[in-house]
Design a protein around this ligand. Structure first.
Ligand code: HXC
Length: 310
C-alpha cells in the first residue's frame, strides 16, 4: 500500500528536483533509510536499495516505487555490507541499470543492548564490521561513480543540479557515551571520522560527505528492537527529549533532501543531528553507572553480565 507523502516528506520541497539522479542506499529496507529514499524518489530520483533480507528488500523497493509514477527502484537483497565485493557488484548493477550513482546513503547498522561485560570480543567486532567497515565498504564501492557524477554535475556555486553526495547515517551515542551501547558508540565514532575525512579528501572533486544523526524516531524497528516501544507508547521516554516528543521518519527524510539538494551544496564534513536536542540533556542518554530509564524494562535482548571465573 502506498504511503501518503505527508508521512515521509514535508510539502516545502519542489517536485522534480532530483530528476535524473540515482541514489544507492544500504539498509534501504529499514524504517529510516526507506523514508529517506522514498522522499528522494518522490522528488524525481531513481534508486537502488540494499538489504540483508531479500524478500523484505524487494518488497520495500516495490513500495518505494509507488512514491512516483514511472520511477525505477531496484531492491538487491541477501547482501552483507561486511563484504565489499558484494557491494561493488551491487553498485555496478545499479550504475548499469539506472545510469550511474549520484547520491549514496550508507545506512546499514547492527545493534543490540549489552553492558561491556556482556560483550564478547566477537560481539564488539561484529558491530564494528557492520557499522564502520560496512560504511567504508559502501563508500569504496560507490566512490568511482560519485566521482564521475561530480565531474558531470560540478559543485561550482552556479550549477543548479550537482552530483556526488554521501550521507552516512550515524548516532549520537559517542558524543557523551551511552550505557549498553559501547560497541555501537565506538562504531559510529569511526563512521563520523570516516565521513569527515572523505569530505576533505574528495571535496576538491566536488563531492560532499555528511552525517545524519537521528535521535529517537517514532515507530522504527531500531527503537522497537532496543525495547523502548512500551516507553514510547506510554510517553515515559518523551521527557528525555527537550521537544517533548520523538521524531518522525519524515524529519530525517527532510534533512536528507536538504543535504542532497542545492540548498546543501556548501555543507561538507558536517554532522546534522536531528534529535530534538536529546543528546544535549543533562546525563545525555545514560547517566554514569546507570541505564537510561527507558531501557530499564528491556529484557528482550539483554544478556546477563558474565561473572569472572575465580
Ligand atoms: C550480547 C550479543 C547479542 C546480545 C548478539 N551478540 N546479540 N552479545 N548481547 N544481545 C553476539 C553474539 O553472541 C556473537 O558473539 C556476536 O554478537 C555476533 O552475533 P551473530 O548473531 O553471529 O551476528 P550476526 O548474525 O552477524 O548478527 C549481527 C547482529 C544482528 C548485530 C547481532 O542481530 C543485527 O544486526 N541486529 C540488529 C539490526 C538492527 O536493529 N538494525 C537497526 C539499528 S538502529 P559470540 O562471541 O557469541 O560469537 C540503530 C539506532 C538505534 O542502530 C537507536 C535506538 C536508541
Amino acid at each position: 500500500m502506498a504511503i501518503p507523502r505527508s508521512e515521509y516528506l514535508s510539502e516545502v520541497w519542489k517536485d522534480g528536483i532530483f530528476s535524473n539522479k540515482v541514489v544507492f542506499c544500504t539498509g534501504g529496507a529499514g524504517s529510516i533509510c526507506s523514508a529517506q529514499v522514498r522522499a528522494l524518489v518522490h522528488l524525481g530520483a531513481n534508486a537502488c536499495i540494499i538489504g540483508r533480507n531479500a524478500e523484505k528488500t524487494e518488497s520495500m523497493a516495490a513500495n518505494i516505487a509507488t512514491a512516483r509514477a514511472g520511477s525505477r527502484v531496484i531492491g538487491i537483497g541477501g547482501l552483507d555490507v561486511r563484504k565489499v565485493e558484494d557491494l561493488e557488484e551491487a553498485a555496478a548493477r545499479c550504475a548499469k541499470e539506472l545510469g550511474g550513482i549520484d547520491f549514496c546513503i550508507a545506512g546499514a547498522a547492527g545493534n543490540f543492548l549489552s553492558p561491556i561485560s556482556g560483550l564478547s570480543s566477537n560481539a564488539f567486532r561484529t558491530v564494528i564490521e557492520i557499522d564502520t567497515i560496512g560504511s567504508f565498504n559502501t563508500l569504496k564501492a560507490t566512490l568511482p561513480y560519485l566521482i564521475e557524477s561530480a565531474k558531470k554535475n560540478p559543485n561550482n556555486g552556479t550549477n543548479p543540479s550537482t552530483g556526488g553526495r554521501i550521507i552516512f547515517v550515524s548516532a549520537s551515542f559517542h558524543f557523551k557515551g551511552m550505557a549498553l551501547q559501547a560497541h555501537v558508540s565506538a562504531a559510529k565514532a569511526g563512521v563520523d571520522a570516516l565521513s569527515a575525512t572523505a569530505a576533505i579528501e574528495y571535496g576538491p572533486r566536488g563531492i560532499t560527505s555528511n552525517i545524519i544523526t537521528p535521535g529517537p524516531i517514532m515507530g522504527t524497528e531500531g527503537m522497537a528492537r532496543l525495547g523502548s516501544r512500551d516507553a514510547e507508547q506510554s510517553g515515559a521516554a518523551f521527557k528525555k527529549v527537550p521537544l517533548g516528543r520523538y521524531g518522525l521518519v519524515k524529519e530525517i527524510a527532510d534533512g536528507t533532501v536538504y543535504l542532497f539538494s542545492d540548498a546543501g551544496n556548501f555543507v561538507n564534513g558536517e554532522v546534522l543531528v536531528i534529535d530534538g536536542a536529546e543528546w544535549r540533556t543533562p546525563g545525555g542518554m545514560g547517566v554514569a553507572g546507570q541505564y537510561p530509564d527507558y531501557l530499564l524494562d528491556n529484557t528482550f535482548q539483554r544478556r546477563e553480565e558474565k561473572k569472572p571465573k575465580l
